[in-house]
Design a binder for this molecule. Structure first.
Ligand SMILES: C=C(NCc1c(COP(=O)(O)O)cnc(C)c1O)C(=O)O
Length: 425
């Protein structure tokens, strides 16, 4: 018999029942409409009280990697994935001593990596971040010489193009005396004189890569490598073998799709780096919200319980992305103006089969000499993409997000089909 949770449950179910025509949703903390009920928050190009109006000639927005393709999965598993937060849930600053993490959640993340087979965590430490974004600079500072150390060496932070722009933007913003952004690995790898031994290189290696989905390896010999495995899950990539790197970063934004919960984690081999990281996170934010940790624990438990069983999230995600890729590839197969990255089918230990690629993003190249600004060409055709310039890959490339809502994907396919149909045979 429910007592004090009854009203909270009723409130949550009432909001979930608000009709947004399948082109939006209402939230408990959404704006209140004139009739006193939470408003629908509509998908791109949809408007009206119930999101039923599709704006004509509205641009398809394929810019951000907003992982809403997984929203239907959680709506289909509402009872399993909901969590009620009591008014007195974990009010203290302290959780499990000084590292601010839920031991249950840490245990379940280890179980998840074991079940999926994408990372080895035995004998390694785990640290939580408010998004993996918070962990990038935490790691750079923890891997750089202490500013009070005698060594004058700096950490040169580098990445291979095309790379996730956040690495450069954040490092430049938070630039400290101990480190600075030093550009492309290729410039250093080809440098005539190898970097002086006192120079410490920190290399971001994103595998699978954002924007092009390729599985990447470090380029610079002797560099300290941060392996960003945001997309090393079966939705997006074959899992040939578990990653056993010394520094690995993951995010729930791409695992369950809960980008707004701001939850990432790092798997760290070296205890010294682990301790420095913990100190950074204590001084920077005193840990990740415990409300978020509770919610992520619930989601991870659902994912683990369904691993390799009927309707597990990885099957849902891979099936959804594969269908989207086959439609996009079909449209572009008849184009001589645009091409997409070509990734090989690969054996996946999770599905135990050779599988087609299903990366989160399409990496489009404009092939015509005159189409130098590829993002501008697509924008003119009503497609918002993310220019290759910010990935340091030049303007002839542009990125398409394939992980947004079904509505976004439908609009993108419509606009691209129309654009390609205008090509002279
Ligand atoms: C949302 C997008 N990127 C998220 C991302 C992140 C962000 O993770 P958070 O945990 O949401 O902060 C980390 N690493 C890589 C390689 C990523 O691509 C994007 O590129 O549009």
């Amino acid at each position: 018999l429910l007592t004090w949770t009854h009203d909270a449950a009723a409130e949550a179910e009432a909001v979930a029942a608000v009709n947004c025509s399948g082109h939006g949703r209402a939230f408990l903390d959404g704006l209140i409409a004139s009739d006193g009920r939470p408003s629908c928050e509509c998908n791109t190009c949809y408007r009206g009280r119930d999101c039923s109006l599709l704006l004509p000639d509205c641009a398809a927005d394929a810019d951000s990697g907003d992982p809403l393709f997984l929203e239907p999965y959680w709506q289909q598993h509402a009872a399993l994935s909901a969590v009620v937060v009591s008014g007195w849930h974990r009010m203290s600053y302290r959780t499990n001593g000084d590292n601010f993490i839920s031991l249950q959640l840490e245990t379940h993340l280890r179980l998840l990596h074991e079940a999926v087979g994408n990372a080895v965590t035995d004998g390694k430490f785990i640290v939580f971040g408010s998004g993996s974004t918070q962990l990038f600079n935490a790691l750079i500072r923890s891997l750089s010489p202490d500013n009070d150390s005698s060594s004058s060496s700096l950490s040169n932070v580098v990445a291979s193009a095309p790379y996730y722009p956040m690495y450069k933007a954040q490092t430049a913003l938070l630039d400290g005396r101990e480190f600075e952004w030093e550009g492309l690995t290729s410039d250093w790898a080809n440098a005539s004189s190898s970097p002086s031994p006192s120079t410490n290189f920190i290399e971001f290696v994103t595998s699978p890569n954002n924007p092009d989905g390729t599985l990447k390896r470090p380029v610079l010999p002797g560099s300290t490598v941060i392996h960003d495995h945001a997309y090393y899950w079966p939705h997006y990539s074959a899992i040939p073998a578990p990653s056993e790197e010394d520094i690995m970063v993951f995010t729930d934004s791409k695992l369950s799709g809960h980008a707004s919960s701001r939850f990432g984690w790092a798997v760290i081999k070296d205890e010294g780096v682990y301790r420095k990281l913990n100190r950074y996170l204590k001084l920077n934010s005193m840990g990740v919200s415990r409300d978020t940790q509770l919610r992520v624990l619930k989601l991870v438990k659902v994912i683990i319980a369904k691993v390799k069983k009927q309707d597990d999230i990885f099957d849902f995600g891979y099936t959804t992305l594969s269908e989207r890729w086959s439609k996009l590839n079909k449209i572009l197969s008849s184009s001589t103006r645009f091409s997409l990255q070509k990734l090989p089918p690969q054996y996946c230990s999770y599905f135990n089969k050779i599988r087609d690629p299903s990366p989160a993003f399409g990496w489009v190249k404009c092939e015509r000499e005159e189409d130098r600004d590829c993002a501008a060409v697509l924008l003119k055709a009503g497609i918002i993409s993310r220019t290759g310039i910010i990935f340091e890959a030049g303007s002839r490339y542009t990125r398409l997000s394939l992980i947004k809502t079904e509505d976004d994907m439908d609009l993108l396919l419509q606009r691209f089909e129309s654009l390609v149909s205008q090509e002279e045979p």
